[in-house]
Design a protein around this ligand. Structure first.
Ligand code: A2P
Length: 321
């Protein structure tokens, strides 16, 4: 069995989940995804992490129903898409219907920024979320208040926990000024090249559990060739990926790596125990500027709300992290 972390709701979240972002759906892909997810559940995964923005809640729900594993043993996360922040009730009902799995375990506000409907999602967007961007859309405080109402009142029982994703310390502090419910989870990009030590520590103190997405660095395959990770891997006769995931779980964050390959699916749920020295060694990797990256962020111009690019370092984004 995969060990779990306790959320501030009392629910248990498996330490390793399956990330369901598989790129855009296409011909033949839908069944492939269902098969891959059923396989993941069969090899032992109990947490499936999807999002409205991934356009595959239908397939994720189908895999849950087909797996033969009791619903109560599975944990399903989905996310309110950035284009849906204006009407969370409608968005929740769509997700609920598409998944068709009796209840949603965890519903996250996908980004601290959102877009208007007519932008069609990740296009030229309008920012929401931060107070100084209020004229461009609802703040994330307002969106969160609607999510709280869905969770506590209007759709009580249909969603077991609510949380956020891609929130910085600054974002969480702005949210805390108006929130009634502390997010159960903040799901962020985190891996040895982006350890987010401060944010992880902050969330621990606030009782907000961190789930790391792209825990293997996703587009930065060099993590697999990393000299420190491989040095440790060799000692334990495992791969660098196993070291990265074991480090993440050992420091108290759950992970949602994705793989469609059965061998790697199994590898990623088989973690090892690192020594204190080895934990330190991984903790310090990102001190090397060549091994410190943020891979997966979009940057929004404060004045216009336009998306400027995807790399914070290039754009000097100062509104969030
Ligand atoms: P594949 O599906 O062929 O296994 P991330 O979770 O950080 O976004 O990374 C996902 C990518 O890493 C996918 O391309 C996946 O490919 C690959 N991957 C997943 N697990 C492993 C592993 N244990 N070793 C090497 N590559 C992996």
């Amino acid at each position: 069995d995969i060990p779990s972390f306790n959320l501030n709701t009392g629910a248990k979240l498996p330490s390793v989940g399956m990330g369901c972002w598989q790129g855009q759906p296409g011909p033949g892909r839908d069944n492939e995804l269902v098969d891959a997810l059923v396989k993941a559940i069969n090899v032992g995964y109990r947490h499936l992490d999807t999002a409205t923005g991934y356009q595959n809640e239908g397939e994720v729900g189908q895999a849950v129903r087909q797996s033969g594993v009791p619903r109560s043993e599975l944990f399903v996360t989905t996310k309110l898409r950035p284009g849906g922040v204006h009407d969370p009730v409608k968005e929740f009902e769509n997700s609920f219907k598409a998944l068709d799995i009796d209840y949603i375990d965890l519903w996250l506000l996908h980004w601290p920024q959102g877009f208007t409907e007519d932008d069609g999602g990740f296009g030229a967007g309008q920012a929401c979320g931060l107070e100084h961007q209020k004229h461009l859309g609802p703040t994330f405080n307002e969106t969160w208040a609607k999510m709280e109402d869905i969770f506590l009142n209007s759709h009580k029982g249909k969603v077991k926990a609510i949380g956020v994703s891609n929130f910085s310390i600054k974002n969480l502090e702005i949210l805390a000024k108006t929130s009634k419910v502390t997010p159960a989870v903040n799901q962020i990009e985190a891996h040895p090249y982006l350890p987010e030590h401060e944010l992880v520590e902050y969330c621990k103190q606030k009782g907000i559990h961190i789930t790391a997405y792209s825990p293997l660095g996703q587009y930065n395959a060099s993590i697999h060739d990393d000299k420190d990770l491989n040095e440790i891997a060799k000692k334990h006769d495992v791969t660098a990926a196993t070291v990265a995931l074991s480090w993440a779980v050992q420091r108290g964050t759950s992970v949602a790596p994705k793989s469609t390959n059965e061998k790697r699916m199994k590898q990623n749920i088989t973690l090892i125990k690192l020594s204190d020295e080895e934990m330190k060694q991984v903790n310090n990797i990102s001190h090397d500027p060549k091994r410190s990256t943020r891979l997966n962020f979009f940057v929004i111009d404060k004045e216009t709300g336009k998306i400027l690019g995807w790399t914070m370092e290039e754009m000097g984004w100062d509104v969030g992290f």
